[in-house]
Write a protein that binds this ligand. Structure first.
Ligand code: HSE
Length: 367
């Protein structure tokens, strides 16, 4: 299978190193603005060279971001090339459109690495969704924030120092705003919920509150209460609606969640017959993510010709029924309040608009 590889960053270079070890995936043309003299593959800075080359059957998009990834992926699908991508921003934003394009052109669109890094999470969701009714998906879906929160908890260090380290280690997105504000986890949640529930919810409908406001004092307060803070994405099927949000949550120090450290993810699903299943492992990092990209390439070679699900029922997100207890800190004042998820996120939005120091985290039983 001839591959057009778009991008040679953390994941792109790891994918290249892994793919050339296998004869079936070693024929690669690389698109990058920079020339890499140490590589033996064909290289180009012009996407048209890849698009026009009819012998390239699969495009592996590892540029990230919306543009030009959207233009490259949609024109590759229209030209009858399969696409493998790790780009959660792209697939979440253009979910219906890209699946329809793949269907119209009878090609495959795979994005297993877009959620869970190296964990075959989306793949497992799709398999189970065919034979059982999945009712919830939840967990730690962002490695960068888990790295930051773990380091703050273990070492008592400040947020900003740990964010810099997560960037240096290659866990964070090019613009880490998406990680720390929860947008990255939100995109992974949208993809997970869509595949698990056979729906099409949109990122803009999902309330999202990240960890950029957390301080060492918050962490110390949680420690005194025997609690550990994690950024959690969760979605529940509720009749013909979906409840979904991304927010920091507090877990007992003795529980399983509290022991997921560094850039690891721990994601769970609950299905009516199978019950609860948990998936854990490296949620970020070059080789972890690249392994799922390469596995998608092998699936395409084996003839997997469809998206994970053909169901895309348009449903709305509604969090009005879910009530939780929240730790709320505005300025120096911390308190505990019971609110619906919708009320808590409306309050957080207001503080954000007023640019006032604010942090909140919901109390949780282990999910
Ligand atoms: N920035 C992402 C994370 C990379 O930290 O989880 C993997 O998707």
């Amino acid at each position: 299978m001839k591959i057009g590889l778009l991008g040679y960053g953390t994941v792109g270079s790891a994918f290249y190193a892994m793919a050339i070890e296998h004869p079936e995936t070693s024929d690669i043309t690389l698109l990058d603005l920079k020339r890499h003299d140490d590589l033996t593959c064909r290289q180009t800075a012009d996407f048209q060279d890849i698009l026009r080359d009819e012998s390239i059957g699969t495009v592996v998009e590892l540029i990230g971001g919306l543009h030009p990834a959207y233009e490259f992926v949609s024109s590759a699908l229209k030209s009858g090339k399969h696409v493998v991508t790790a780009n959660k921003q792209l697939v979440s934003a253009c979910y219906d459109e890209l699946i329809a394009l793949a269907e119209e052109n009878s090609v495959s669109l795979r994005c297993t690495a877009a959620a869970g890094g190296g964990i075959p999470w989306l793949h497992s969701l799709a398999r189970l969704a065919e034979c059982d009714r999945i009712t919830s998906v939840s967990g730690i879906m962002n490695g960068t924030t888990n790295y930051i929160l773990s380091a703050m908890t273990e070492q008592g260090t400040e947020y900003a120092d740990n964010l810099r380290e997560a960037q240096r280690l290659g866990y964070a997105e090019a613009d880490p705003t998406a990680d720390v504000e929860g947008y990255d986890a939100c995109r992974k949640l949208v993809l997970s919920a869509n595949i698990a529930f056979g729906v099409s919810i949109r990122e803009a409908e999902v309330p999202c509150f990240g960890i950029s406001g957390i301080t060492a004092q918050d962490i110390a307060a949680f420690k005194r209460l025997g609690l550990v803070c994690k950024l959690i994405a969760h979605a529940d099927r509720a009749g013909d609606q979906v409840a979904a949000c991304v927010e920091p949550m507090l877990f007992p120090v003795s529980g399983q969640m509290a022991h997921v450290n560094g850039p690891d993810n721990l994601i769970s699903l609950h299905a009516e017959r199978v019950g609860t299943q948990r998936f854990a492992g490296a949620g970020a990092g070059g080789f972890a993510t690249a392994s799922n990209v390469l596995a998608d390439c092998f699936e395409i070679m084996r003839g997997c010709g469809a998206f994970y699900t053909s169901r895309r029922d348009a449903v709305s997100v509604n969090n009005a029924a879910l009530t939780q207890r929240y730790y709320v800190r505005a300025g120096e004042e911390a308190a505990s309040r019971t609110m619906t998820v919708a009320e808590a996120h409306a309050m957080a939005d207001q503080f954000k608009k007023e640019r006032k120091p604010f942090f909140m985290a919901a109390a949780s039983e282990e999910r």
